[in-house]
Ligand binder design. Structure first.
Ligand code: PLP
Length: 385
């Protein structure tokens, strides 16, 4: 049987390394393998690369280098931000955390675990496009609020949240604001000099970098408690020898993504809109998310009379990689908490296609040509069962 060509439509799940990223990382596994805390030249070469990477990441989001702390993932950054800010608040008698019902589990479960220590967690609702309303946040903010955490862009439906307005409300109320920008970094312009957020989570593997490395932006002057006891790494806030090669790869990928951002935004928006129109033209298909306030590569639709998971299995057999929602939820057949919070019908038939740097018009056309046959087969199966 001829080998099927891979059609990768899960860039929100993870991305392939951008060209040049692996090459930038390799020396830190081989001749420049030194420990960045060591005093000799070999260690100092690693330290210099890491500090350059910190400056690059900072520049890409309009921050200062001393506001960037490297972590092991976006999930770790979320946990540090939320648990740290909650601890800070608790010490000041503030015991309420507000988040959105459509957050990634990195945020939702970090909040859930805070409940065990007496924190009150409030989940903001969203409308049927996935948007949080600033007026609703204004209603919920109170003197005992320690933190508000609302994501910059949703991973399942791609809806871009009004974080500028939400962060401003928090600034005025003297409440810390965190945003999970894992899906946004490298895809949307971010300027921490203009955005009044205190904490922002990032992850490398959603923008052409390696897995297992992320960063937390902590605004200068925010006394977030240290996250990991240990050595003096990350200015004493996160002990543990730094993952130099991954950090270098993160910075390289992010700088490429930021350089190409506008051209990619235009290219991907056109592809995304063609895919959306093509899917809806198939019939028996509804669109999930916001039509315009949406990440350039995101398309989430629900098919009637079809299980999303069943369709993903058939797509996989045809060499198509797509997802049913959050990557970490695949294999978990519960309907998406995001689509449920949005009150979307047919959540069980939802499929997420996410385009990225490697996506071409031919991928979109091949998918659209393939789907009628697969949908017919699945609908035939469910009619016969
Ligand atoms: N936050 C969002 C919005 C995400 O989409 C993801 C990954 O899917 C994460 C956090 C977790 O990032 P990581 O995979 O680096 O732990």
């Amino acid at each position: 049987m001829p080998k099927k060509e891979l059609i990768y439509l899960d860039h929100a799940g993870t991305t392939p390394l951008s060209p040049g990223v692996l090459e930038a990382m390799l020396p830190y596994f081989t001749e420049a393998f030194g420990n960045p805390s060591a005093i000799y030249d070999l260690g100092q070469r690693a330290r210099q690369a890491m500090e350059e990477a910190r400056h690059t990441v900072a520049r890409c989001i309009g921050a200062q280098a001393n506001e960037i702390y490297f972590t092991g993932s976006g999930t770790e950054s979320d946990n540090w931000a939320i648990k740290g800010a909650a601890a800070l608040g608790a010490a000041r008698g503030k015991t309420k955390v507000i988040t959105a019902s459509i957050e990634h589990h990195g945020v939702l479960n970090a909040c859930e675990s805070l409940k065990k220590t007496g924190t009150q967690v409030k989940h903001l609702p969203v409308d049927d496009t996935g948007l949080v309303a600033p007026a609703e946040l204004a209603r919920q903010l109170s003197a005992d609020t320690a933190l508000v955490s609302v994501m910059m862009a949703n991973n399942e439906v791609g809806t871009i949240e009004p974080v500028g307005a939400l962060a401003q409300l928090c600034r005025e109320a003297g409440v810390l604001f965190h945003t999970d920008a894992v899906q946004a970094v490298g895809h949307l312009p971010i300027d921490m000099a203009a955005l009044p957020a205190d904490l922002l989570s990032m992850s490398a593997h959603k923008c052409g970098g390696p897995k297992g490395v992320g960063a937390l932006f902590i605004r200068s002057g925010v006394p977030l408690p240290k996250w990991m006891d240990g050595g003096a790494q990350e200015r004493g806030k996160r002990g543990g020898t730094e993952n130099v090669a991954q950090i270098v790869g993160f910075a390289k990928a992010l700088s490429i993504a930021c350089e190409e951002m506008e051209a990619e935004r235009v290219r991907l928006t056109a592809l995304r809109d063609r895919l959306t129109a093509g899917l809806l033209a198939l019939g028996g298909c509804v669109f999930n998310g916001h039509r315009t306030a949406r990440l350039p590569g995101h398309v989430n639709v629900s098919f009637s009379g079809v299980s999303g998971e069943g369709l993903l299995v058939l797509l996989n057999l045809q060499g198509v990689c797509a997802s049913g929602g959050a990557a970490c939820a695949s294999g978990d057949s519960k309907p998406s908490h995001v689509l449920q919070a949005m009150g979307r019908p047919l959540a069980a038939g939802a499929v997420r296609f996410t385009l990225g740097k490697t996506s071409r018009a031919a991928d979109v056309e091949a998918l659209l040509a393939l789907l009628p046959k697969l949908l017919k087969r699945l609908r035939g199966m469910s009619a016969g069962s």
